[in-house]
Design a protein around this ligand. Sequence first.
Ligand code: NDP
Ligand code: 8X3
Length: 257
Amino acid sequence: MESLKNKIVFITGATSGIGKACAEEFARAGSNLILCARRPDLLNSISEGLRTEFGVKVFSFELDVRDRKAVESAVASFPEEWKAIDILVNNAGLAKGMSKFYEDDPDNWEEMIDTNVKGLLYVSHAVVPLMVKRNSGHIINLGSIAGHEPYPKGSVYCASKHAVDAITKSLRMDLVETNIRVSSIDPGMVETNFSVIRFGGDEEKAKNVYRGLEPLTGKDIAETILFMASRPAHVVIADVVIFPTHQASATISYKKV
Ligand code: NDP
Ligand code: 8X3
């Protein structure tokens, strides 16, 4: 196992769920963090908490990954010591709505594609050249079981995560002659704010998604990401599909009601 102490880890979408749990677990391992999200107050209080609890350095800034110019200028203006990014966790993402394709609101499509696909591309495109220059780095993308199996009422979210899968695989090919590793982690049900956002703030509907089984937590995903990031340099864990024990596919789970 490679030490993660003093590594520089850039996590997008660090104010909630999986991204926030990754920030905590990397900080616990002694990594220094670059964190971004759209809610600056929350981001600042999370950053301050991590500095105090773990004594690590945290550089955080407000960023909407959908804004290409903002992504480019933010990364270009990182202080020099923060440009040596060891690990990029492309986590920022969301689902909006869950309805039959022909009843979907196209505004939701824009938001999912702009965030999950284009945002991931913009951040990667800004960061990967810094890794190529150093011939070192690890990109870990948050895909989903939705990127392996489409399911009803999820066409565009599933399409966005299939795109993440394709980008992950293609980027790994483009970097094969370098020491840079490219991985994805593809969870099933993780109880975060994900379903609350998907259902437009309806907390009850969100709770129902997980009722009757024990879902994964952000910490479960973060711990797996740390395992992937701490393999020896000659090992790349290309893809991890991870479910709660009572989930067997995107559409099959066992719930005690
Ligand atoms: P949460 O809603 O709890 O967290 C999402 C995070 O992404 C927040 O920190 C949010 O911060 C950030 N974010 C959203 N849009 C943007 C944006 N445009 N720019 C910057 N940051 C943004 O959800 P999860 O933690 O569950 O989701 C994280 C990732 O994991 C997503 O890519 C999701 O698709 C994936 N995933 C989730 C699963 C689940 O069951 N929960 C399963 C499989 C994959 P802010 O609002 O402050 O910008
Ligand atoms: C989130 C998991 O099954 O809701 O990516 O699509 S699922």
